[in-house]
Ligand binder design. Structure first.
Ligand code: EPS
Length: 385
């Protein structure tokens, strides 16, 4: 299972091609659109989100609501394109009044990208580096989820820290927590903290600043045995960390207890093993976050990712104009103040993708029926141990 994405933030469209899906998988466009909608929610988004209402168009690979085992093309049109047709024209020469971007914003790919690709106009860098492209990640993740659902594997998320505010311990099952977070404007399961966070975002917006945060993704229904300890690049945790770090603005990833495990004694970290006739092997704790030796152990997978504050600030940061080499302090027109709730949805998507990929690696077949057989046989084998 693999994908490629393409598209600029203010170009005509975003495109993804997914290859390696089995045939006969029930495929819902509506489910993809629902995930795209979720990514666009969250208190703290900027003006762009009022322009875009992302909808996917399927260009290949699906017939009568089922996959055919052929590549699936997903297209998301940029509604903002109509405001950019001249400035982002595919053909012809730049318009005489084109504003060339020469002022790199600290924290963005602008400076390193312009130097690396030898660009005079930083727009050629920021268009692709933009978090706009996370829409395609959510789309491919929504496809992956449809495969995982067939095997009762579900992916949830909630925001656990926003700027300096910690949401703290939350009771309930992950399904309850996620359902509460789904109702929240900032994807937080604790309504008291939600208020505090919204007030904080309001204040920071007034100050022309931005906020980061930490979200948690939990996957239930994962069978034991995805990934492998045999090589670093086969470890499921290394793949998950890579996928999460691949999201714009993510600066850190934790699995299970994560960095906190390093501060505890071994006896306070590892999940003891028990066995009973009806449950088989089981644990009472999940410090490992569902992964031991890079292999899923049958417990829910728990990953957290830290997002830095969005680097486009209304409050100017110091930089240097690449054309004149003069120092400048410049503000910008439009930006999000906080996109952590949206990043959590993107986190779910890339996690779903990695799990679907590992799942197909282990149980892969050309049709859904073949995969279901493989999965059933494996589960019977595991139950005999
Ligand atoms: C982004 C800047 C803003 C965000 C954008 C990501 O876009 P614009 O520069 O057009 O106002 O709204 O996010 C999206 C468009 C999106 O769909 O999430 C950036 O610089 O990364």
């Amino acid at each position: 299972l693999r994908y490629l994405t393409a598209g600029e933030s203010h170009g005509p469209q975003l495109t993804a091609i997914v290859e390696g899906l089995p045939a006969n998988l029930p495929f819902s466009v509506e489910k993809i659109n629902h995930q795209l909608w979720r990514r666009q929610q969250g208190y703290g988004r900027g003006g762009r989100m009022r322009i875009e209402t992302d909808q996917v168009k399927i260009g290949s690979g699906v017939r009568f609501g089922k996959t055919m085992g052929t590549p699936v093309t997903l297209v998301i049109e940029n509604r903002d394109w109509k405001n950019w047709e001249q400035r982002m024209s595919i053909e012809g020469n730049p318009p005489a009044d084109l504003e060339v971007v020469t002022k790199p914003r600290p924290g963005h790919a602008d400076l390193a990208g312009a130097l690396k690709y030898d660009q005079e106009d930083i727009r050629n860098v920021l268009e692709r580096a933009s978090a706009r492209n996370t829409a395609t990640l959510v789309a491919i993740g929504a496809v992956a989820r449809q495969l995982l659902e067939q095997f009762n594997i579900h992916v949830y998320s909630h925001v656990v820290e926003l700027g300096p505010v910690k949401v703290g311990a939350i009771s309930g099952t992950i399904e309850d927590i996620a359902a509460r977070a789904e109702q929240s404007q900032v994807r937080v399961a604790n309504p008291e903290k939600e208020e505090e966070i919204i007030e904080l975002i309001k204040k920071v917006r007034k100050e022309g600043n931005s906020l980061g945060g930490i979200f948690e993704v939990v996957v239930t229904g994962v069978p034991v045995g995805l990934g492998s300890y045999s090589m670093p690049d086969r470890k499921l945790d290394s793949r998950l960390a890579g996928a999460l770090m691949g999201i714009q603005a993510i600066k850190g990833v934790e699995i299970g207890l994560g960095f906190d495990a390093a501060r505890r004694l071994g006896s306070d970290v590892h999940d003891e093993i028990f066995y009973s006739q009806d449950r088989g092997y089981y644990r009472d704790t999940n410090g490992a976050g569902g992964l031991e030796g890079g292999v899923s152990n049958g417990q829910p997978i728990v990953v957290r990712a830290a997002m830095k504050p969005i680097p486009t600030l209304y409050k100017p940061l110091r930089s240097v104009d690449m054309a004149s080499k003069d120092a400048y302090e410049a503000s910008i027109e439009r930006s999000d103040v906080c996109a952590v709730p949206a990043a959590a949805v993107v986190g779910e998507a890339v996690t779903a993708w990695v799990l679907a990929q590992s799942f197909l690696e282990k149980f892969g077949g050309d049709s859904l029926e073949e995969i279901k057989n493989n999965y059933g046989n494996y589960q019977a084998m595991v139950a005999r141990r």
